[in-house]
Ligand binder design. Structure first.
Ligand SMILES: [Zn+2]
Length: 305
């Protein structure tokens, strides 16, 4: 059959999107009888074809299901998808802040992170900078491809390889969830969560610079950035903070990414973006769904073979 249902995602999926191993991870079942199925790739008349097949070799079952699966209307598939996406957003939003604290820090650095977080929260200047970022992202967020390109750019900047993401499908799923989630954070009622995200992006960027500075791995401009960001955090004086930001704007560098001349303040904005997207792409969306699935019906997890 050409359409399957993922118990984990609560959505219909196509065979060409998945790898064989994904069927297990995403708990892929027959939409009709809910039996586990697996992906088959065959060459028919020299053309590669992907489809799903039941584990049970019961011919009548196969044929009956096939017939009924073929009759699932496209509108129903789309409707299930958008309903399920909304439910997932609500689920992710409910655990968002806890997950970030848990996911991004270790026992050894969480205390420092919390201090830094509250120092940032106290800065009115940083919160107006966040508001300005919010406006910027609101303009581009509707262009999904643009955002997905930015995600890829972030991953290239933050990771040397992408082995953390188990399969292409898993990485695509992370990007899809991160996109849906990002879109939601930019909506009016979720502003606090967007600011929360950017505060953490600041902390993680500072952490990275700090670590690399200990191993003397920083370029000159990164060293200067590190120095400004530390001072920005430490001072409680907003005039001094304003002064630091202005001086960042006057410091010119050649961007290692585009080879154009930019200032440190612009660079600061794009680094914050990379780290914010990194956070969104690292949220363990699938684990959250698995946990929900387990809580809802303890039986389904052992359903697959
Ligand atoms: Zn079936």
């Amino acid at each position: 059959m050409k359409t399957a249902f993922s118990l984990l995602l609560q959505e219909y999926v196509d065979p060409f999107e998945l790898d064989y191993e994904d069927c297990r991870t995403f708990q892929i079942v027959c939409p009709v009888c809910k039996e586990p199925i697996f992906k088959v790739s065959r060459k028919i008349d020299d053309k590669a074809t992907d489809y799903f097949s039941h584990y049970r070799q019961d011919k009548t079952l196969n044929e009956q299901c096939e017939l009924r699966v073929n009759r699932i209307p496209t509108e129903r598939i789309e409707e299930t998808r958008s309903e399920s996406r909304n439910q997932k957003l609500v689920l992710f939003l409910g655990v968002f802040q806890d997950i970030i604290w848990e996911n991004e820090y270790s026992k050894t650095n969480i205390k420092k992170a919390k201090q830094r977080y509250f120092q940032l929260c106290r800065s009115r200047l940083f919160s107006s900078f966040n508001k300005y970022q919010l406006q910027n992202y609101r303009v581009i967020v509707k262009d999904k491809n643009e955002i997905l390109d930015m995600f890829k750019e972030s991953l290239e900047n933050l990771y040397e390889n992408l082995e953390d993401f188990k399969s292409n499908f898993a990485l695509n799923i992370q990007m899809e969830f991160a996109y849906d989630f990002f879109q939601h954070l930019l909506a009016g009622h979720s502003k606090a969560n967007f600011f929360f995200l950017l505060n953490h992006a600041y902390i993680l960027y500072l952490d990275k610079l700090e670590k690399e500075s200990k191993h003397s791995e920083l370029h000159t401009w990164e060293q200067v950035m590190f120095d400004y960001l530390c001072r920005f955090l430490k001072t409680q004086n907003e005039k001094k903070r304003m002064n630091l930001m202005n001086r960042m704007g006057e410091y010119k560098i050649i961007s290692p990414y585009t080879h154009e001349e930019i200032d440190l303040f612009i660079m600061f904005g794009s680094q914050l973006g990379y780290h914010a997207f990194g956070i969104l792409l690292r949220i363990p969306y699938l684990e959250i769904l698995q946990k929900q699935l387990k809580d809802r019906d303890p039986g389904t997890l052992h359903h697959h073979h």
